[in-house]
Design a protein around this ligand. Sequence first.
Ligand code: GDP
Ligand code: IMO
Ligand code: MG
Length: 427
Amino acid sequence: MPALVLLGAQWGDEGKGKATDLLGGSVDYVVRYQGGNNAGHTVVVGDQKYALHLLPSGILSPGCTPVIGNGVVVDPSVLLSELSGLNERGVDTSKLLISGNAHIITPYNVTVDKVTERFLGKRKIGTTGRGIGPTYADKINRVGIRVQDLYDESILTQKVEAALDVKNQILTKLYNRRAIAVEQVVEELLGYAGKLAPYVADTVLVLNQALEEDKVVLFEGGQGTLLDIDHGTYPFVTSSNPTAGGACTGAGVGPTKISRVIGILKAYTTRVGAGPFPTELFDEDGEALRRIGGERGVTTGRDRRCGWFDAVIARYATRVNGLTDFFLTKLDVLTGWEQIPVCVAYEIDGRRVEELPYSQTDFHHAKPVYEMLPGWSEDISKAKSFSDLPKNAQNYVKALEEMSGAPISAIGVGPGRDETIEINSFL
Ligand code: GDP
Ligand code: IMO
Ligand code: MG
């Protein structure tokens, strides 16, 4: 049972970093397969807190090899500063492997991300401004720059020229910005080549050989199911596939190798950026979830939008990812509410709808149908087993499990590694 995928079941920030880190001690490889430094994964080890953006959360487990797969987009300056930040804190990062096929977020991709958002005005996506969308667009348009291009100056120059040909027209004529010089970009990118060289590898080969040797490989998703470019709330999504299939294309591993798909599910819902969110709260309950849950973006520092748990979304995540398990996080945040509303279905234009509507218009009109579950007031942060939880907390978990379509195999009761109740082993 060697290959597991761990991914966000909602709109990101479900606690993937903590869950990955928890498993990191028992797996041989942790692989990021999509996204880039739009991700912000928090890991708390003892009294130390780490915010990871591009590096897989397995980097904090000494026995584990962290891998940045071909499906990831890499901003070299961010990667290098993340590495040196960890080195300064005594973390050994020498095992890191980076796919030579991963695409590079160039400075002009970051510029285009920012000006496009500004140009969209009220219709903006609310991106992280890290150049993610434009870099994936270049990849699909076949004018992207890959990590391996850093090692051939002539090819790199030709590719940057090709990419900037069109972009400079757009920047100067449409957005009224200054053109970006090819030489400047090439020089900056070549400056990263030597520093990244020790890490660059044929990660597809490495991972497939590892699987043949029965090594355990964990694929760590960035973002979440509802931010998926194909299966999310398009156009208010990111530009990659965080869903389970993305692990195969983004790492070069066949679907027959994946044995378990774990959905990380927050006990309530949050979202950063624009787009529909049926259970969003605009009252003091939303404020309380934000405050108690510390719901502020790790990457951009934006307040996260908060709302109650949405079982329609959880069921959808089970379906599109083929989830085998859920890891329910932040149950402790719900302590103290007398009653906890849970969205069990939507009402759309007078109809009750049990499953996520494929139509964007319908989803925009979806109003949550709530069922009230009794809350608990006891501190649950020290709970070590399911039976340590107060009865009402147990019932809340059981109700969510029933509604969501896959077993809840672990429960987070605090941000620390050990603040976890393990119900079924993942390995
Ligand atoms: P990610 O992007 O999915 O890795 O999640 P983030 O790190 O952006 O946000 C999750 C936040 O919740 C982080 O601050 C974590 O330290 C914290 N966290 C994770 N699991 C739990 C939990 O079970 N309880 C509490 N209180 N905090 C948690
Ligand atoms: P982690 O991995 C939450 C959101 C942005 C925006 C949309 C598109 O920490 O869960 P992008 O910069 O990707 O083009 O922005 O996606 N977004 C996230 N929201 N958590 C994330 O990552 C996110 N990464 C991107 O806020 O709405
Ligand atoms: Mg995050």
